[in-house]
Design a protein. Structure first.
Length: 233
């Protein structure tokens, strides 16, 4: 790919990301409305759709970030895409490692290695693991997840599906945006922006994780119920 082709693709993918965020906002409004109506069936259905949308947005942002202008070379982009075609986590790991190489030799630098590992840990928890649930939903396993061979139930993933709700998925979206900021700084400005903003963004992410750790679907139902009462008053 030429430099111009990379830039053009980044622009197109940025438009896709913006549209998906509009869909996200609309779908969340729909779920909140269903929560007000105590329509548990619609809440479940739309929450599963929101989970699918999350992974769709994650995919779109991955492609967007890979084609960040003045970031990766054409050869590096191809390496990342090839890795991702093999496995999702390989794509993210390859992208992070190539970006970290622009900062310095992270394998011989304890601080950089710790930063790399922190980023990969967040990616595993909030991007890779949700993609497993997405695959189950996309393959029609909405209530009962099956094992890889489709010979019996996967009880752990079935429990995760049953516990999937708007609160958890909304946290995925928010955390993904923090990750996008961190990775984009790493790619665009490895010598300055990444160092200047890394701890700011990581601290904000950690604060959000701490603040949101006790959020529940019941809490959200109570909040939308209060809003409904306020709207009537």
């Amino acid at each position: 790919m030429t430099r111009q082709e990379i830039n053009d693709l980044y622009v197109l993918q940025s438009r896709n990301v913006r549209r998906l965020k509009q869909v996200q906002a609309n779908l969340i409004r729909d779920i909140n409305f269903c929560l007000k109506k105590n329509d548990d069936f619609q809440v479940e259905v739309k929450s599963k759709l929101l989970a699918l949308l999350y992974c769709t947005l994650s995919e779109a942002q991955f492609i967007q970030i890979v084609h960040t202008p003045d970031g990766f070379t054409s050869a590096e982009i191809q390496t990342i895409k090839s890795a991702k075609n093999n496995k999702l986590e390989d794509g993210w790991k390859t992208m992070i490692d190539l970006a970290m190489n622009k900062v310095g030799d992270w394998s011989n630098n304890t601080d950089l290695t710790n930063r790399r590992n922190s980023i990969l840990k967040i990616i595993d928890e909030f991007i890779i693991k949700p993609s497993v649930l997405r695959n189950k939903i996309a393959h029609g396993q909405w209530e009962f997840a099956l094992n890889r061979e489709n010979t019996k139930q996967n009880e752990d993933l079935t429990n995760q599906l049953s516990n999937l709700d708007i609160v958890q998925i909304t946290k995925w979206f928010k955390i993904h945006q923090f990750m996008a900021l961190i990775v984009r700084d790493l790619i665009q400005s490895p010598k300055k922006g990444f160092h200047n903003n890394y701890w700011v963004n990581l601290t904000s992410l950690e604060q959000y994780l701490e603040t949101s750790k006790n959020w529940t679907l019941q809490n959200r139902k109570e909040r939308v119920a209060k809003k409904k009462q306020f709207d009537k008053s």
